[in-house]
Design a protein around this ligand. Structure first.
Ligand code: DGJ
Length: 538
């Protein structure tokens, strides 16, 4: 007989409303890892960032009202917002932190957390956020020189003066933040933005060339790293000799990562918040050459280089703009590693990408955030904004009151998820003595009677006990089968309750039965619902 243990799962969140501490007594946010899984601790408990990112030019005081309106509308618990180097240090050595104060005050008023994005030496491969005083001195703070000697609109990572200026500005920011944010409203820092170079795989200036012709640093010649980079294990050699056709890209990755690692270390020496670097992705399926993507950023193939070169960076995070379920799932897989917590800091704002929220949660990821929450000064109608935010808002409304439980379950490995693939095929989840079969569609009696126009179905299963589960989903239907020694046995739902989490406790709104659970199990429609269900063998 399958054991039935009734489970009382109560998480008490003292002094917190959906994860925001009111007391100001929170401990320093930090990342922890256990058994290859990770958690972002905020106020000492696992936290999941239900985030939303501002447009690039919306981190100005005059734009904040619409940002907060959007945060409220989408029910995000965290705003990701840029801090511009050109604004912070408009005059060399003179820092203006007023935007930091404004953001902190407004975030607290809105009971939201902040992720600050340090737009500095790199923004999408260029240096457009460098202060004017640096832009005016291109000899001192030069760009990359392309292979044929042509100028490239990307900062050289091999210039000490640029690095020192960035380290200094960032360290000042972190020093200020430490004093101004005892409440830990800011929970995470992004260092630079989509670093690397477009238009040239590396810097071919004489200075960089000399470095390239020198020896590969010993820190990179560790057998484990070389193995991960699929090259023979050697103890010395030039970049070309050790890395062959990938030498230019790996040199650039090492140079960018070393630079940014120094910036992060300088900031952490002042205030040790968790820090990450975001990646402009390459096609994860075809191993293209670096001429086809942003070279030197933390693309999947150079993660081992970044880990060795930038130990002060806690994690490398994919910005997901590519499409197709195979590609997207591959990316998620590549950045979810025992040495790398999964975080999606940017995601193209489209309905078909919402489903990956479930995948990130199930893998014990630390957060998820669509890009471009606000109307970007366009004066859009409120209905237009609401329509755009709606697919994310309905998920965040569901997840926000149980965010702490989801984060904890994810960290403990209790969540499994399926997201509908482009071929709409059924999927199964193994749950010990049960197997769940999930079919996608919106049919009343059979999911596939009304196939989903877009493959947007998704489901999370949290295993609370041998026979007891939390189910959250949309546009699919689930049924169970007993397996192994119970295979073929009769079974039924003991109870299926629809409800919501409130302060750590499941509150039932109604019990589903009859048409709502017959026809092969509960059905999930266009808006997510939370079910608590228990199964019994007969
Ligand atoms: C990715 C970048 O990281 C963002 O800052 C933004 O430029 C988007 N691309 C494009 O809208």
């Amino acid at each position: 007989m399958i054991k039935k243990i009734s489970l009382c799962f109560v998480v008490i969140l003292q002094g917190a409303i959906y994860g925001f501490s009111q007391t100001g007594q929170g401990t320093l946010p930090k990342l922890i890892s256990e058994n290859g899984r990770h958690a972002l601790l905020v106020d000492g408990e696992p936290f999941f960032i239900l985030g939303a990112q501002a447009h690039n030019s919306s981190g100005w005081p005059s734009m904040l009202r619409q940002l907060w309106n959007a945060i409220e509308e989408v029910h995000a618990n965290t705003l990701e917002v840029p801090i511009y180097w050109e604004q912070l240090e408009a005059r060399q050595g003179k820092f203006d932190f007023s935007i930091v104060d404004t953001l902190l005050n407004q975030a607290r008023e809105h009971k939201a957390h902040l992720v600050l994005l340090w737009f500095a030496t790199w923004k999408n491969g260029s240096s457009h956020y460098m202060p004017e005083w640096m832009k005016r001195e291109p000899e001192k703070y030069p760009n990359i020189t392309g292979k044929d000697g042509r100028p490239v609109d990307s900062p050289s990572p091999n210039i000490t003066a640029t690095m020192e200026a960035d380290v200094n500005a960032f360290a000042n920011l972190m020093k200020y933040l430490k004093k101004a944010d005892e409440q830990h409203t800011v929970i995470l820092i992004q260092v630079e933005n989509e670093s690397g170079s477009w238009g040239s795989v590396r810097d071919y200036s004489p200075k960089a060339q000399k470095l390239f012709e020198g020896a590969v640093p010993a820190d990179l010649l560790k057998p484990g790293i070389l193995k991960a980079l699929h090259v023979p294990i050697v103890s010395e050699g030039s970049w070309q000799k050790v890395f062959g056709e990938r030498a230019d890209e790996y040199f650039q990755a090492w140079s960018v990562a070393r630079f940014i690692g120094e910036v992060a270390a300088g900031g952490k020496a002042e205030y040790a918040l968790p820090m990450y670097v975001n990646a402009a992705l390459r096609d994860p399926l075809t191993n293209p050459s670096a001429a086809n993507y942003e070279s030197g950023g933390p693309t999947d193939n150079v993660i081992p280089i970044w880990k060795a070169a930038a130990p002060a960076i806690d994690l490398l995070a994919p910005d997901i703009y590519l499409s197709g379920s195979e590609r997207t799932m591959k990316v998620i897989d590549l950045y979810d590693r025992p040495d790398n917590a999964l975080f999606v800091p940017e995601l193209g704002w489209s309905e078909d990408r919402v489903k990956y929220l479930y995948e990130v949660m199930a893998r014990g990821g630390i957060g998820f955030s669509p890009f471009g929450i606000d109307d970007n000064g366009r004066g859009s109608l409120q209905t237009e904004i609401s329509l755009r935010l709606a697919p994310f808002a309905q998920e965040y409304v569901m997840a926000a009151p149980m965010m702490r439980e989801l984060a904890k379950w994810g960290f403990e490995g209790k969540i499994k998820a399926v997201v509908e693939r482009d071929d709409h095929a059924d999927q199964t989840i193994d749950l010990g003595v049960w197997q769940a079969v999930i079919s996608f569609g919106a049919g009343e009696r059979k999911a596939s009677e009304k196939i989903n126009i877009q493959p947007n179905g998704k489901l999370i299963i949290v295993q609370l006990d041998v026979n007891k589960f939390i189910l959250i989903g949309t546009l699919c239907r689930i049924t169970f089968h007993p397996v192994d020694k119970y295979a073929g046995r009769a079974w039924q739902y003991l109870k299926v309750e629809e409800g919501r989490y409130d302060n750590g406790i499941f509150k039932s709104r109604r019990t589903l039965n009859g048409d709502e659970t017959d026809w092969g199990g509960p059905r999930f429609g266009a808006a997510p619902i939370v079910l608590q269900t228990e199964l019994i063998l007969r």
